[in-house]
Design a protein around this ligand. Structure first.
Ligand code: ZN
Length: 333
């Protein structure tokens, strides 16, 4: 326990545990934002306003996502933002109400993590209803890891919303899956060094639309979203246009892309490239095992993200895809 750093405590608060709503993530973002403004002593109104701002950013989009596990009910913050939009309350009244009811019990409970001893006061202390005081631990973590922790907060928030949209009987399972991947998660890193290797097995065409990739438009994409798998293992990486990459985003790809990915990986396995050992150690030693493990990851992603499929850009036609042409030729031989 003693060799945990402050940023490890921060991550364990944000990334682990079964969350029934998004309050903890919103408070995390609020704390980061206040620390960026170099505020130590935060009056309750300032805290409420900042917390409200986080939800406004999150909810003022075309299709806002549910903020708690029961998607048929709305949280206090969802209702507050909605009323403000409709003009049925003004900002002062909203800030007052957020301060009174909006935090639920997150101010008291933020520091509690299952299986860890309680470390109240690590990132802030509070005088409930009056103020909170940010600690140097918080300022240091924000100063040194701002980019990472901000990205983690955003992806965790999106993950929870994704989990809340799926059927409630899958909810705990989805959270377990996320936690399992999070425990083995890798940091964000530059994936461009993988491009030459991937080109060797994919040619210069986009994995999703099979059109040629122009120089400078080549992106390394995680076929199964990184926000679920949390790793950069080579079997899940492909090259894509920025347009296709963005259009696919974090959606679940259709089945045919899984077949293509399995086949692409088997092509690497059939080569002498030393990286085939990475695939073998990540997915399994036999072709059958690799396919089955890959499809298990696919099923996990579907549980977490729901069956919001993406079948490719509309112009895509497998018959014009060199990859499929070669594959069919091979199967016919
Ligand atoms: Zn493309």
């Amino acid at each position: 326990m003693t060799d945990f750093k402050d940023e490890d405590y921060w991550r364990s608060i944000i990334l682990y545990g079964l969350n029934q709503a998004t309050y903890k993530i919103a408070l995390g973002k609020t704390l980061v934002s206040l620390s960026e403004k170099n505020i130590n002593h935060v009056p309750w109104d300032t805290l409420s306003l900042e917390f409200l701002e986080q939800y406004k950013k999150r909810l003022n989009v075309e299709e806002p996502m549910p903020q708690q596990a029961n998607p048929s009910r709305r949280t206090f913050m969802e209702r507050a933002v909605r009323k403000l939009d409709l003009g049925t309350t003004d900002i002062d009244e909203t800030i007052f109400n957020v301060g009174k009811e909006g935090f639920n019990d997150v101010i008291r409970r933020f520091h509690n993590i299952a299986k860890f001893s309680d470390f109240q006061g690590k990132f802030y202390t509070y005088d409930f209803g009056k103020s909170i005081t940010l600690t140097d631990n918080l300022h240091n973590v924000v100063e040194q890891h701002n980019k990472d922790i901000s990205a983690e907060l955003d992806s965790r928030w999106a993950l929870l919303e994704g989990a809340f949209t799926i059927k409630s009987d899958n909810y705990e399972l989805a959270n377990d899956i996320l936690d399992t991947y999070a425990l083995k998660g890798e940091r964000r890193k530059d994936l461009t060094p993988n491009i030459p290797f991937l080109q060797g097995y994919q040619g210069n065409s986009c994995f999703y639309c099979a059109e040629k990739i122009e120089e400078g438009d080549c992106h390394v994409d995680h076929v199964l979203p990184k926000k679920v798998l949390q790793h950069n293992q080579i079997w899940n990486l492909v090259l894509a246009h920025s347009y296709c990459n963005m259009s696919k985003s974090d959606k679940v790809v259709g089945n045919h892309f899984m077949e293509k990915l399995i086949q692409r990986n088997e092509n690497i396995m059939g080569s002498n490239h030393p990286w085939k050992h990475k695939i073998s150690s990540d997915l399994g030693r036999t072709k059958k095992l690799r396919a089955s493990n890959l499809l298990t990851h696919y099923e996990n992603v579907k549980v977490v993200l729901g069956k919001n499929y993406w079948f490719g850009t509309s112009s895509y036609n497998p018959q014009n895809d060199d990859f499929y042409k070669k594959l069919i030729t091979r199967l016919n031989n």
